[in-house]
Design a protein around this ligand. Structure first.
Ligand SMILES: CCCCCCCCCCCCCC(=O)SCCNC(=O)CCNC(=O)[C@H](O)C(C)(C)COP(=O)(O)OP(=O)(O)OC[C@H]1O[C@@H](n2cnc3c(N)ncnc32)[C@H](O)[C@@H]1OP(=O)(O)O
Length: 222
C-alpha cells in the first residue's frame, strides 16, 4: 500500500505539473522520455479488466485505483470519504488545473463524476448498494479551483431495490451556498443482471468477488 500510494502521489504531482507547466518544447520532450521509461517499467506485469488489484477490498469498498478515491490513481484528487455527522457521507478537496473547465473553475463533468461517487457512497454507507440509474445536476455557481471544497451525499429515500440520493458541492468557507446540487437514483440490479455484469469479476487470488453484498457499508471512516 505504501508503494502504491508513493507512485500515486508522484504521478499526481507529475500530472499537475504537466498541465500547469510553462517550460519550452525541449523540457517537454525530455519529460516525455522520462514518462515513457516509467510506463515501460509498469507494463512489465498488468492485470486484465475484471480482476481486482491485490490491495482492493470489495467488502470494505476499498478501490486503490478508483478515479475518485484511489490513492494509486494519477487522476483521482483523491477524495477521502467520511461519515457525516449531519447524515450521509462527506469529503473535502482542493482541486487543481487538471480538472479545469471554464478558466479558473471546475469542469462540469468533473462535478458529475464527484457527485456520482458521493451519492453512490452515501447509498453504500446506508447499506443500499446500487448502480447509478439516473443522475441530475443543477449548476448554481461555478466551482472555484484551488479553494477548499466540501462535498456531501445523503440518502433521501429507499423502496425495494431503488434508492433516491442527493448531494452537493460548496466552498468550505461558505458551506450553505450550494454551487452544485445533485440528485440521483441508484438501483441494485436484479439478480440476472448482477450475474451478467459481474460473473467473471475476481480478486487477485482468483476468487469470485461481485460487488454489493448487503453488509458492504463499511468503508467510510468515522
Ligand atoms: C460508504 C462506503 C464507501 C464506498 C466507496 C465506494 C463508492 C463507490 C461509488 C461508486 C458510484 C458510481 C456508480 C457507478 O458508476 S455505476 C455505473 C453506471 N451505471 C450503470 O452502468 C448502470 C446501467 N443501468 C443498468 O444496468 C440498469 O438500468 C439498472 C441495473 C440500473 C436497473 O436495472 P434493473 O433491471 O435491475 O432495474 P428495474 O428496471 O427492475 O428497476 C428497478 C427500480 O428502479 C427504477 N429505475 C430503474 N432505472 C431507472 C431510471 N433510469 N430512472 C428512474 N427509475 C429507474 C425502476 O422504475 C424500478 O423502480 P420501481 O418501479 O420498483 O419503483
Amino acid at each position: 500500500m505504501a508503494a502504491v500510494t508513493e507512485l500515486g502521489t508522484a504521478l499526481r504531482a507529475l500530472v499537475d505539473a504537466s498541465v500547469s507547466t510553462a517550460v519550452g518544447p525541449e523540457e517537454l520532450r525530455a519529460a516525455a522520455a522520462e514518462a515513457r521509461r516509467a510506463t515501460a517499467l509498469l507494463e512489465a506485469d498488468r492485470r486484465p479488466p475484471g480482476r481486482l488489484p491485490p490491495l482492493d477490498d470489495p467488502v470494505a469498498f476499498r478501490r486503490v485505483y478508483s478515479p475518485v478515491t484511489g490513492v494509486g490513481s494519477a487522476v483521482a484528487p483523491p477524495l477521502t470519504l467520511r461519515g457525516d455527522p449531519a447524515g450521509g457521507v462527506r469529503a473535502e478537496a482542493t482541486l487543481g488545473l487538471l480538472y479545469e473547465g471554464p478558466p479558473g473553475y471546475l469542469h462540469g463533468g468533473m462535478s458529475g463524476l464527484l457527485m456520482d461517487h458521493l451519492l453512490g457512497a452515501a447509498a453504500i454507507h446506508a447499506g443500499l448498494w446500487g448502480m447509478t440509474a439516473h443522475l441530475e445536476l443543477d449548476y448554481r455557481g461555478p466551482v472555484p479551483l484551488g479553494v477548499p471544497l466540501v462535498l456531501r451525499g445523503w440518502v433521501e429515500r429507499n423502496a425495494g431495490r431503488r434508492t433516491d440520493v442527493a448531494g452537493s458541492i460548496a466552498a468550505a468557507d461558505a458551506p450553505d451556498r450550494v454551487l452544485v446540487q445533485a440528485t440521483g437514483i441508484f438501483v441494485t440490479p436484479r439478480a440476472e443482471k448482477m450475474d451478467a455484469y459481474f460473473a467473471t469479476v475476481t480478486d487477485a487470488a482468483g476468487r469470485h468477488t461481485p460487488p454489493g453484498r448487503p453488509t458492504d457499508a463499511t468503508a467510510v471512516q468515522p
